[in-house]
Design a protein around this ligand. Structure first.
Ligand SMILES: *[C@@H]1O[C@H](CO)[C@@H](O)[C@H](O)[C@H]1NC(C)=O
Ligand SMILES: *[C@@H]1O[C@H](CO)[C@@H](O)[C@H](O)[C@H]1NC(C)=O
Ligand SMILES: *[C@@H]1O[C@H](CO)[C@@H](O)[C@H](O)[C@H]1NC(C)=O
Length: 438
């Protein structure tokens, strides 16, 4: 997640834009195979653009981002609800996976890793949070930070929730800006060798923990130092380091410019010694295009932006790589016109491309973010005190996307067309009966 940054919209050729416009106006027609229940045999791997389990059946990552990289270095919400209750809530909302963030220094600074949850909150003066954790999660309050992180992963595992470990930044705190020293290899807090060490430690620590199905190497590369040559140099090193420490996990590579741009891969693929484990990730928010949604015609903007997304990252699906939209989301108060229009377009595109995804965010409020105690998160699926969902319209809209619509291993017996309405998430089912796909 980032704060808004200046962005210039690249307008695609008008004919391309127009072909998408009619399609994405307000209805998407999708081909859909009969849905099958998701009991996955882990670990996961890739088969062309699909993420699949041991039996070759598609597993669609329907994740939510759970933040654990801010100043306290504790997964958010533990002062409000027991960790097991949060895990069960995630399942009840239809997600099968969490993208759990972590700051690099948790893995590379042993002093930090050994600080207890209680001490971490004490040092920030967050005494109310301590009593909240004491009553909701007494087993966690005196654990060292790294053990508390493992305990969250373990609780998710007990509830059959898959986890993607996401190295969000180096120095604990809110992310991301161009100038925060965490943006690109060589920045103040981003020493590439230390990063490799930290990735290796995390990959090793979670080796054999079967619900940890993937590792995102680094969130939102950015800033004045970013360049394509160093991207290949270090991302390939990072990927090899993770894979050699833990060959089970999917290795997830993010792009440049706040993870909006992987276009360079069209000319030069990654060169890795291993296969069938590589996934790319991309972020797509309303503010990724500034205020374009609010100021333009939503259909035209949808066509233009969708074409840009295809050119900068979506093309990877056609090249046979899974694309994980690891951050998207919108202000759920419904008052942000830019976000509302973007979300309609996003839902249509996500249904059409049938991509793996992670919503930003589970978090209803943060212990402490950017100097503010108890900051509310209006993009969060939970409310401020983590007791209920913030706005059921979003969960309803997401529910169709949480199931795989296409891909290997789904029942071949029946095929449907569905008409999906992105503004509500509702569908008309069984419009046509076409027989099996070849
Ligand atoms: C390691 O963590 C401790 C505890 O937070 C902190 O005081 C120290 O400055 C950190 N060291 C480095 C090198 O970042
Ligand atoms: C890929 O990497 C290997 C070893 O790391 C190297 O020998 C080979 O030349 C590389 N291939 C390309 C196409 O760059
Ligand atoms: C929930 O979201 C919908 C759609 O954006 C909006 O119209 C509604 O006002 C929201 N409700 C609340 C309580 O924020």
């Amino acid at each position: 997640m980032k704060i808004e940054f200046p962005y210039t919209l690249n307008i695609p050729p008008p004919n391309m834009a127009r072909s998408i416009i009619s399609f994405f106006s307000f209805l998407s027609i999708l081909s859909l195979l009969t849905l099958t229940p998701a009991v996955s045999a882990l670990p996961l791997s890739t088969s062309s653009r699909w993420i699949v389990d041991e039996s070759g059946q598609r597993v669609k990552l329907a994740c939510v981002n759970w933040v654990s990289h801010l100043d306290t270095v504790v997964a958010e919400g533990l002062s409000k609800q027991p960790v097991d209750a949060i895990a069960k809530l995630i399942v009840s909302l239809g997600f099968n996976c969490v993208r759990l963030t972590w700051p690099l220094f948790l893995a590379t600074n042993e002093t930090l890793a050994a600080v207890t949850v209680r001490q971490s909150f004490q040092s920030l003066g967050l005494l109310d949070s301590i009593s909240g954790i004491q009553s909701n999660n007494p087993a966690l309050v005196d654990l060292p930070l790294l053990k508390a992180y493992q305990a969250v992963v373990s609780s998710l595992g007990s509830n059959n929730v898959m986890v993607i470990l996401d190295n969000h930044l180096s120095k604990p705190g809110w992310c991301c800006s161009n100038t925060d020293g965490n943006g690109f290899f060589g920045d103040q807090y981003f020493n590439p060798d230390l990063w490799i060490t930290g990735l290796t430690r995390m990959a090793t620590l979670f080796k054999g923990v079967s619900n940890v199905v993937g590792m995102s190497l680094r969130n939102e590369l950015r800033g004045p130092k970013q360049n394509v040559n160093d991207w290949y140099k270090y991302m390939q090193r990072g990927a090899e380091a993770v894979h050699s420490a833990n060959a089970d996990v999917l290795v997830i590579l993010s792009g440049l410019s706040f993870d909006t741009d992987l276009s360079f891969l069209a000319k030069r693929p990654v060169n890795l010694t291993f296969a069938e484990k590589t996934v790319f990730e991309v972020h797509w928010y309303g503010f990724s295009d500034g205020q374009a949604w609010q100021s333009g015609n939503p259909n035209q903007v949808c066509g233009q932006v969708y074409n840009n997304v295809k050119r900068k990252s979506g093309f990877l699906l056609e090249e046979g790589f899974p694309l994980f939209v690891s951050e998207f989301g919108a202000d759920q108060r419904g008052t942000n016109v830019n976000d509302n229009r973007y979300l309609n377009c996003f839902m249509a595109a996500a249904a059409e491309l049938d991509v793996d995804f992670a919503l930003w965010t589970l978090v209803g409020s943060y212990y402490f973010r950017e100097g503010v105690v108890g900051m509310e998160e209006y993009y969060g699926i939970l409310n401020w005190d983590w007791s209920d969902i913030r706005n059921s319209s979003l969960t309803q809209r997401l529910s169709v996307l949480q199931s795989p619509l296409q891909g290997p291993g789904l029942s071949q017996s029946r095929m449907h067309k569905i008409i999906f309405h992105p503004a509500t998430g509702l569908c008309l089912l069984k419009v046509g009966f076409l027989g099996p796909l070849k």
